[in-house]
Design a protein around this ligand. Sequence first.
Ligand code: NAD
Ligand code: TYD
Length: 352
Amino acid sequence: MILVTGGAGFIGANFVLDWIAAEGTPVVNLDKLTYAGNPGNLASLTHDARHIFVKGDISDRTLVAKLLVQHQPEAIVHFAAESHVDRSIHGPGEFVQTNVVGTFNLLEEVRTYWATLAEPAKSGFRFLHVSTDEVYGSLEPTDPAFSETTPYAPNSPYAASKAASDHLVRAYHHTYGLPVVTTNCSNNYGPRQFPEKLIPLVILNALNGKPLPIYGDGKNVRDWLYVGDHCTGIRAALHKGRPGETYNIGGNSEKTNLEVVHAICCILDTLHPAGAPHAKLITFVKDRPGHDRRYAIDATKMKTELGWQPQEQFETGMNKTVDWYLNNGAWVRRVISGEYRRWMDLNYTTLR
Ligand code: NAD
Ligand code: TYD
């Protein structure tokens, strides 16, 4: 039995599905169901007794304590967070509340529970904290990729709140001995991602003949990690990672945003020729304030220590992703709710 937080979101849901398929042991899934949480992501597990869904907040310490005592998990995999940089610019308070205070509350209850465990459960227990490469700040074009020893330099309220949570997790190991492992991954893409993020936004806008908004000059660089590869990476870190260590998980796929958007347009030109060439929809818009120029991940430690490396190439992962959005119209229709439309109005009023 493991307890996952935020398992109705993009990566969490992919992880729960992957875990049950690959490991087969039960998962308690604690998720508040914010705008980003979508129970429809887990529809295929509706009648599967191995998935126990609990709607609740990681900051509800009474609830967390009860779940820990009731289910006696051997690990926590902590995904729950506010995750979108642009939203953190419009409203940072929620990010501090969930990512920092929420992680603190969760750590406190987990520490209390862990103290009650007897050996070997106690030393076998893991708190796996899912974090981001954004805590390392921005790279110049010729800088080496982020490694686990790169100093923290978060630039957005989102990145700062994740950095704060990473420091708390680290401190709980150093001070209390809690067996934690932290993973810092690059930008994920794949099925079930909420269309506020670049890749699903571009796919859905292109299908609907809407502008494809590119911030600034479109030359910002991200490393793209297919979500299925991220899930196997987390499982490797959970099973083989050393307590107190951090592991960088990347996709070996550095691309400018323009390259990403052109790749999506090319795939759609073949799979959905009606709107071709989709690249005619590309629209340069006002840049994001403080927009980090480049992220890149050196995942050597994952490879040498844990034997993990990504299986997906950018092209194969992107083909799978576009194909998934084309074939899951019902999921897309449910997600394009009032909340999503309000966000589009707030963030993209300055399309030029
Ligand atoms: P997401 O926004 O899609 O999902 C977050 C989930 O957490 C949602 O289901 C939401 O309902 C839930 N949640 C939010 N606040 C909660 C609370 N207080 N209590 C319980 N549940 C709560 O996020 P994602 O993209 O799946 O990211 C998951 C994790 O991975 C996050 O910690 C994020 O920082 C990290 N990460 C994401 C990416 C990426 O590219 N998406 C990259 C690096 C790291
Ligand atoms: P995003 O998916 O928001 O992830 P992050 O900011 O965490 O890296 O954005 C990925 C990149 O795409 C980032 O450089 C910002 C850019 N971007 C656009 O150019 N247009 C958009 O509409 C969005 C949402 C992002």
